[in-house]
Design a binder for this molecule. Structure first.
Ligand SMILES: [Zn+2]
Length: 373
């Protein structure tokens, strides 16, 4: 079984160790997103060099291309992408709703057409679990419906209850293996009573970890934090807690403060490809002309290659010239920054000074004051 041992708490914030079939991961942890069997613009060695120890793979993308069966024939996702640490795969449900065409959803599952070639596919709780098994995921996620925002309380309730029935089917379909685990996903929109009902339903089924889903979909940071405050204390303390698809550095600090252990988001990688850098001194857009003659490093306190060996002026030039090294270097930097941020928070929790560290980090962000990309 996959386990999570809490080493220290500071307020609601936790530091721990997640143990999986592909090694241990210190938490809180940020997982870079390896959408289609690659963290875009990065070799697996480069991802590891940022300090990242666990990555995410997307079921929707991989089931369409190269297909889960082909990944399995190639030795599984770890071997195919040369990533030998833990991998978490999502269920495919979120991308079906956001990318696929002509969806039809019912109690059984969802039928959709590929956004790539229009071919017809079906995804059910059982098929999602089977695909994630073929990929070789250390952490498998339940298929759920990410409730749209905004949703009325009745809409959010119906959607959440469908996800809970699917969660029970996912539990049945999941094949227990040493070091592998299945995570349930709390839904219920912005409604605390529905979130509590969802937690109770998932706890009755029993999972190796619990994710909070359906957030960062437009509700705003304040509402997201309010939902976490209503939800996280209800989750079992001895299981890892994963906030899906979040977020900005400020979101991460606020969610760690509220007891979250695991994160994933495309933000550092996607932003890196569009010239946006997250730093200790705030976010910067390297396309901005003010960087054209700036010989200073992007972030003097960062040890990544973009900061240790290059100037802001060079990074600006790479993006202006549309050289692929620009996205590569900024992706490396952004992932490194997210890893450094998680490690700093973890060390602060272990030392019992989380709030002081968070305050110092937050005041540092106000230094840049440049309009974001
Ligand atoms: Zn850097």
């Amino acid at each position: 079984m996959l386990t999570h041992a809490v080493q220290a708490t500071d307020g609601a914030a936790r530091a721990g160790v997640l143990r999986t079939a592909h090694g241990e991961v210190e938490t809180p942890v940020f997982m870079p997103v390896g959408t289609a069997g690659t963290v875009k613009a990065m070799t697996a060695d480069a991802v590891r060099a940022t300090g990242a120890r666990m990555v995410l793979g997307n079921t929707y993308h991989l089931m369409l291309r190269p297909t889960a069966e082909r990944v399995a024939r190639l030795g599984g996702l770890h071997r195919m992408m040369d990533w030998h640490g833990p991998i978490l795969t999502d269920s495919g449900g979120f991308q079906v709703m956001s990318l696929a065409k002509l969806r039809k959803m019912d109690e059984q599952g969802v039928v959709f057409r590929s956004h790539i070639d229009g071919s017809k596919h079906a995804l059910s709780p059982e098929r999602s679990i089977a695909i994630q098994h073929l990929l070789g995921a250390d952490v498998t996620m339940c298929l759920d419906e990410c409730t749209p925002f905004p949703a009325t309380e009745a809409e959010a309730a119906n959607s959440m209850r469908l996800s809970m029935r699917w969660a029970a089917r996912c539990r049945e379909a999941f094949v227990p293996r040493d070091g592998h685990g299945l995570f349930g996903i709390v839904q219920g929109g912005v409604y605390p009573d529905l979130r509590a009902e969802s937690v109770a339903a998932l706890r009755a089924i029993g999972f190796e970890g619990y994710a909070v889903g359906g957030l960062a979909v437009g509700e705003g940071q304040e509402t997201m934090f309010r939902v976490l405050e209503a939800t996280v204390p209800l989750l079992p303390a001895d299981r890892p807690r994963y906030l899906m698809g979040v977020g900005t550095p400020a979101d991460l600090v606020g969610a760690v403060r509220r007891g979250i252990d695991m994160f994933d988001c495309v933000m550092p990688t996607r932003s890196g490809r569009t010239a946006k850098a997250f730093t200790r001194h705030g976010a910067l857009n390297l396309r901005n002309a003010r960087h054209a003659d700036d010989g200073a490093p992007l972030d003097p306190d960062c040890a990544c290659p973009a900061c240790a060996r290059h100037s802001r002026a060079y990074l600006h030039h790479l993006f202006k010239a549309e050289e692929m090294l620009g996205p590569m270097l900024l992706t490396w930097h952004n992932i490194r920054y997210y890893q450094d941020l998680m490690r700093e928070l973890r060390e602060a929790i272990l030392a019992g000074r989380f709030e002081a560290a968070a305050a110092a980090i937050e005041s540092g962000w106000n230094a840049a004051k440049e309009p974001a990309a």
